[in-house]
Design a protein. Structure first.
Lengths: 151, 495
């Protein structure tokens, strides 16, 4: 396992977060997961401010974004990321309960790299999260880092 | 059978309410105007046209009467002019005849030739008087009678005087002495005076009558014109009121429609956000129930007995089932508000594609298919696909207990106005007394352990078919099979 970069998981529901972490634990990638509880925290992380002021610089390998979150919702975070030249290369995966066509359309229109509906069935959820974590955290080659070189 | 489609869903009921309320709006306008009923059957154009026609006819009648009155006025004034001429003429005749009488007597006394000349002048004038007089009285028989008498008397007076003049010239003053003092035509002159006075009185009376008539006519015309102007004003005002009322009414209806549209839109928005919340928030706890059940099982796997394992499995199954219900319900709600396409749908291709989708489910089954050539229909391809997908999947599901299942898809009574399609199976069927429940949401006729399903498929079928302007019903015999019918209008609905 050579997971160089963290996986950013934006999930306001602690149970969902725990279940997701449990799923990633099985793949031994849970220690790379940074958990944010709302959209504002995600942006704080990405811009290295607030509680993430002194974090190690660099973009995450991937952002798993819930749509419905307090303060700043998933679509707003997505819009901010894709509007920023430095953040735009970060792969963003929407991980949500919504099957609504509108959410799908809006997400892709804003530049989401993938859209995954959380399955109700835990086994399916488990395999989905595992696959996502493995693919985006390990298999996929992240974009060349712009932040890292400046640190 | 009737009761099978006596169960209106929400959408058609809403649609049925709309025309009712608009009709009551029109009704209130009828009563607010409070005039003749037939008038309200006319369109606004016809009413305005009727109003203007009335005004036009009114103007015509008033013009005709005014013209008539004015021409009477003109005739009277012409007749009066003639009467005045006649009065003048009578006066002249009177003077001339008196002059003749006077002149001839003076000649008889004096023998002065100048008097004879005056007399002769009158004699010469006499035919002119007669002609002129006859011309002026040609339309009045009474005056003509008097004029005849007058003419005769004038002739007699003049001839008597001429005779006296001749006697004077033969026999001198002596021969005519008596006549010179009394006058030869004295008696005739008296009659002439009298006739002229009568004629004069008659003519003055006629003039007076005509003046009175003209004055009355003029007064009538003025009154009539006043009434006419007033009537036209009233008519024009009503036409104006009509147009304005119609415009106001139109505006009110438009506003009302807009308000209803906004309300409907708001209700739809609310419904949308409701189902959005359902899709988002209801799924999460289910995911958690299943998730934690699995985590629990994993962490106590070694010490778990069969009973406890079954309990955990039941928790998971229940959560999954509810997840399926929520998904189905969301599809059902989306079917109700989703925009509908209207295109030609080839049912043959549609059925073929559905069967190819069901391929995997059909692998272990022995099914004898009878599929007739199906017509082309108008509608939303995705929605109609859902209809036949549900019906065929049902047929497949409820024949699972048969060693050889027979499923027939066909068309009945094809007509120019409607198409009745059916899906028939030899499955478990149903008791007709439950037919009304078949198409309801979450209505199931079989226990969950007999056949799986959420009970929303047929509700979806009915909703979609209703939105296409059609009907659904079913026939069944327990343990023999069931037939599900879908009636679709053959022609495109103009909705």
């Amino acid at each position: 396992m050579t997971v160089a970069k963290p996986i950013l998981l934006a999930e306001d529901n602690p149970r969902d977060a725990e279940l997701a972490l449990a799923a990633m634990e099985a793949e031994h990638i849970s220690d790379k997961v940074v958990l944010c509880h709302d959209g504002a925290e995600v942006l704080d992380y990405l811009y290295c401010r607030g509680q993430f002021k002194s974090r190690q610089r660099g973009n995450p390998a991937v952002v798993f974004l819930d749509l419905k979150m307090p303060k700043v919702n998933g679509l707003e975070v997505l819009r901010t990321i894709k509007a920023d030249a430095n953040l735009r290369p970060i792969p963003v995966v929407m991980l949500t309960s919504s099957r609504e066509e509108r959410d799908l359309a809006d997400s892709y229109a804003l530049g989401a790299n993938a859209y995954v509906v959380k399955p109700v069935e835990f086994h399916k959820f488990l395999s989905a999260v595992k696959e996502l974590g493995t693919f985006w955290g390990i298999i996929n080659e992240p974009p060349p880092e712009s932040c890292r070189s400046t640190q | 059978m009737e009761s099978a489609f006596n169960h209106p869903s929400q959408a058609p009921r809403l649609a049925a309410e709309r025309p009712k309320s608009s009709a009551s709006g029109a009704g209130s306008s009828v009563f607010s105007l409070g005039s003749v009923v037939w008038f309200h059957r006319l369109t606004i154009e016809q009413r305005v046209l009727a109003g203007f026609s009335l005004v036009f006819v009114g103007i015509l009648i008033i013009s005709a009467i005014s013209y008539h009155n004015t021409s009477i006025l003109l005739t009277n004034s012409e007749l009066n002019g003639r009467s005045h001429d006649l009065i003048q003429l009578l006066n002249n005749i009177d003077t001339a005849m008196s002059e003749a009488e006077d002149a001839h007597r003076r000649y008889l006394v004096t023998g002065e030739a100048s008097y004879l000349e005056i007399y002769k002048k009158v004699v010469k004038q006499k035919p002119t008087f007669t002609t002129y007089l006859n011309d002026l009285i040609r339309e009045s028989p009474e005056q003509q009678q008097r004029a005849g008498l007058l003419d005769r008397m004038m002739d007699r007076q003049l001839s008597a005087e001429s005779k006296a003049t001749a006697q004077f010239q033969e026999g001198g003053f002596r021969a005519v002495k008596k006549m010179a003092f009394e006058g030869a035509g004295k008696r005739e002159l008296g009659v002439i005076h009298q006739v002229i006075t009568e004629m004069d009185a008659h003519e003055r009376q006629a003039v007076g009558r005509r003046v009175a008539e003209s004055a009355a006519g003029t007064r009538n015309t003025i009154v009539l014109l006043g009434i006419g102007a007033l009537l036209q004003l009233v008519l024009l005002a009503s036409v104006y009121y009509l147009i304005r009322h119609d415009i106001t009414e139109g505006r009110r209806v438009a506003e009302e429609l807009q308000r209803r549209g906004e309300l409907l839109e708001a209700a739809n928005k609310e419904l949308e956000s409701f189902s959005y919340s359902v899709s988002h928030d209801l799924r999460a706890p289910l995911r958690h129930i299943d998730g934690y059940a699995v985590l629990l099982r994993n962490s106590v796997e070694h010490s778990l007995n069969d009973k406890a394992a079954r309990y955990l499995q039941t928790i998971s199954d229940a959560a999954k089932q509810m997840g399926q219900l929520i998904d189905d319900l969301l599809v059902f709600s989306r079917m109700g508000r989703q925009e509908m396409l209207r295109t030609a749908v080839n049912l043959d291709q549609l059925i073929t594609s559905i069967l190819s989708d069901l391929r995997l489910d059909l692998q272990a089954r022995a099914i004898s298919w009878t599929i007739a050539a199906l017509p082309e229909v108008q509608g939303d391809p995705t929605m109609l696909r859902q209809v036949f997908m549900n019906l065929i999947a049902n047929a497949v599901k409820f024949t699972s207990t048969r060693s050889i299942a027979a499923i027939e898809i066909g068309v009945e009574h094809p007509s120019s106005t409607e198409i009745v399609l059916f899906v028939r199976d030899n499955g478990v069927g149903f008791d007709m007394q439950y037919a009304p429940k078949l198409f309801g949401v979450f209505q199931r006729l079989h226990r969950a352990d007999e056949f799986e399903g959420t009970g929303i498929g047929l509700a979806n079928v009915r909703r979609i078919v209703h939105r296409h302007g059609g009907r659904t019903w079913a026939e069944g015999v327990p343990d023999k099979g069931a037939t599900f019918y879908v009636l679709l209008p053959a022609r495109r609905l103009d909705s």
